[in-house]
Design a protein around this ligand. Structure first.
Ligand SMILES: *Cc1c(COP(=O)(O)O)cnc(C)c1O
Length: 388
């Protein structure tokens, strides 16, 4: 039996919620998607929530709603999944990266300030920045938000890891320092709908635009029609949109999972506390969580100074696998991917992302990880690091 790095937790209630939709009138475009949207909006304290079939889709729509287009520039964190950067490329924009903080692995507000000052001088400021809440811990949104206001830049929080987490005692997703926040409901994340994503915002116009774009750019609202209403069948396509809709089947799973969000976060945090304690005064560096944050702990990211160890990281991954524990690495810096490398990024401009990539690895973390399995992870890891 193998311990994976992440996995979903499915309850009897989840099964029933999905079965109920399957026996109802609507498998999609029914009442459950809006119910899921309302529940997420209420949880995080946002006026509006717009569901879609993935976080990637919603990142794309967020960029479009903020007007990102050909010739624009978008900045994100190099330490993220490629979707955080691809959303800008889908809109025809160019992408660039801001180096991370070595302690939180999040976009550095200091590096951002320095890069903005240079960009202003060369008249090449980004239209949108996309900070990523790495592992479930919020970025320093107060600093990032105030820089964005100073330079008149829009902010999309990629909170794919972070639903349920808090920043300054408020839920991530209330957009206190941003325009839009995006959540992912992929099965490895905190709650799942199979595939799925959601955007939250306090801005009615942005919510409206994302809603329209997720369904072909079509409106059925008569008050919005540009041409004459031909009759009861009439609708208008006013923009080039997509089919990025979430199904009611998926929304039912997401909504049911959401009822357990606080226990998921609590379980993840107690596993993290257990790991922290076990790794104190060992070769394993635990992740640092700022005092004004509660991480959703999508990931537990450990680091080792492999240059000064007898075990390489490749060997560590193999040894752990032999002991039935799967490790992972989040993330390969995006600019290192062949598709992005062609754009000509210089690795030396991201020293913290490079050091992080040399040291980091993710160990198993999910709500249902049993105490026995936690013990196996801890003892296997310490054992693997102490042997040659
Ligand atoms: C998972 C993830 C995404 C993409 O989410 P999907 O729902 O799979 O599209 C985007 N950004 C980050 C940081 C992620 O971890």
């Amino acid at each position: 039996m193998v311990i994976p790095y992440a996995r979903q937790s499915i309850s009897e209630q989840d099964l029933n919620a999905v079965a109920e939709v399957l026996q109802s009138d609507y498998l999609t475009q029914g009442p459950v998607v809006p119910a899921f949207e309302d529940a997420v909006a209420q949880l995080v304290g946002a006026k509006y929530a717009v569901a879609g079939n993935s976080a990637t889709s919603m990142l794309h729509l967020a960029c479009l709603a903020l007007g990102v287009t050909t010739g624009d520039l978008v900045w994100t964190s190099p330490n993220s999944f490629v979707a955080s950067a691809n959303c800008a490329l889908y809109c025809g924009a160019e992408i660039d990266f801001v180096d991370i903080e070595s302690e939180t692995f999040n976009m550095s507000a200091t590096a951002l300030a320095a890069k903005l000052e240079l960009a202003k001088k060369s008249n090449r400021l980004p239209k949108v920045i996309i900070p990523v809440h790495m592992g479930g811990q919020s970025c320093d949104m107060q600093s990032i938000g105030s820089l964005a206001r100073q330079y008149d830049i829009k902010v999309v929080e990629d909170a794919s890891h972070a639903i349920g987490g808090t920043y300054n005692s408020q839920r991530i997703g209330n957009c206190a320092h941003s325009d839009i926040t995006i959540f992912s409901f992929h099965p490895v994340k905190i709650i799942t709908s199979g595939e799925g994503g959601m955007a939250t915002t306090q801005d009615e116009g942005l919510a409206h635009d994302m809603r329209m774009l997720r369904s072909h750019g079509i409106t059925r609202d008569e008050s919005e029609f540009e041409f004459t209403n031909d009759g009861p069948w009439y609708y208008e396509q006013q923009e080039l949109g997509f089919n990025y809709r979430l199904t009611d089947i998926a929304a039912a799973l997401g909504l049911s999972q959401l009822q357990r969000i606080d226990s998921f976060i609590q379980q993840r945090n107690s596993i993290a506390a257990r790991y922290n304690e076990a790794f104190a005064s060992t070769l394993v560096a635990a992740p640092h969580i700022a005092s004004n944050s509660v991480s959703a702990f999508h990931l537990y990211i450990a680091r080792c100074d492999f240059e000064n160890l007898k075990v390489t990281r490749v060997q560590l991954f193999q040894k752990m696998k032999d002991m039935g524990v799967l490790l992972n690495l989040h993330y390969i810096p995006i600019y290192r991917q062949p598709y992005f490398a062609k754009m000509g990024f210089d690795r030396k401009t991201f020293p913290n992302a490079e050091r992080y990539y040399a040291q980091a690895f993710s160990i198993p973390m999910y709500a249902d990880l049993t105490e026995t399995d936690q013990n196996t992870v801890i003892s296997s890891l310490l054992n693997a690091l102490s042997t040659q």
